[in-house]
Design a protein around this ligand. Sequence first.
Ligand SMILES: NC(=O)c1ccc[n+]([C@@H]2O[C@H](COP(=O)([O-])OP(=O)(O)OC[C@H]3O[C@@H](n4cnc5c(N)ncnc54)[C@H](O)[C@@H]3O)[C@@H](O)[C@H]2O)c1
Length: 329
Amino acid sequence: MAVLVTGGLGYVGSHAVKMLVERGESVISFDDLAFGHTQAASGSKVVIGDIGDKNLLKKVFSTHDIDSVMHFAAFADVGESVADPQKYYITNISKSLALLEVMLEFGVKQMIFSSSAATFGEPEEVPIPEDHPKNPTNPYGRSKLMLEEILKEYEHAYGLRSISFRYFNASGADPSGLIGEDHKPEHHIIPLVLQVALGQRDKFSIFGTDWPTPDGTCVRDYVHVTDLAQAHVLGLGALRKGKATTAYNLGNGNGYSVREVIAMAEEVSGKKIAAVETDRRPGDPAVLVASSKKIIEELGWKPAYPELKTIIETAWNWHSQHPNGYDGR
Ligand SMILES: NC(=O)c1ccc[n+]([C@@H]2O[C@H](COP(=O)([O-])OP(=O)(O)OC[C@H]3O[C@@H](n4cnc5c(N)ncnc54)[C@H](O)[C@@H]3O)[C@@H](O)[C@H]2O)c1
């Protein structure tokens, strides 16, 4: 049986693809290259195309014996989603519905979906459990929550079972140094900080230093991308054994402030990282830290790289060896 991985050439998807290939799975990476890189395919079969293209999807489903889909393909820039919600609802919802339609047509009824901590909004309690109220503060988070809700209905109506993984801050790179994070433009904190260390950026902007946190900067839960990939492998195994639709948080349960990330990046890279303090960004919660008790107890997930230092070391290993990403664009 084969696994179709949408967005499989992107950052998180490519790490899942690599792990699946290493485990002997037959993998098809389906990506339109909006942010993906063919160099990140790890020997999987590559199909370049849009998940909204039902004819292409039908061709793929009819030529491969696919039993499950890992659905990473989406747009994921919170700020852009506020400025251009249509782009987010078209790709993250409408094109996902096209994918689900073709899955049902071909009787493929197992999906792992990349959801997000952005489904929660401003937390009422930390660490955040799965059943915490969901009040997303932007169209991106709302699009992820909507698809989670749609997936619940698809189980009841059509028997399509799914696991939604709500990632907190995906970070780090495969310890091999072969694949890593390469977004253009980049908007994630660790690569941005490391770009300053590499001399590619003058300074890093800290959005707000008056948050109600110990050092006044935002606190986030950084989770290694290889640990996310591991969760996907566990999720796939659970779905294949008949697991019912559910959602899991994926984080380490430890929060690190922006200043702590900068200090650790300085220690790991041995470079001074210039930072400027700017205004808060609207919609940013002060603290986002996951409780991942549920997946630890139910699926036996055990993060291999929970320490911020290891996360930044693997990221630095990738960025310092690939200062211009995969292709030097
Ligand atoms: N990176 C994070 O911290 C984080 C946190 C929470 C959730 N997520 C979710 O995880 C998923 C992967 O995130 P990422 O950081 O790897 O992003 P990414 O942009 O690196 O990967 C997404 C991939 O999907 C592809 N894609 C986008 N639209 C497509 C379409 N219409 N058809 C086919 N391919 C398409 C892109 O080319 C890209 O390769 C996303 O769904 C994102 O919302 C990411």
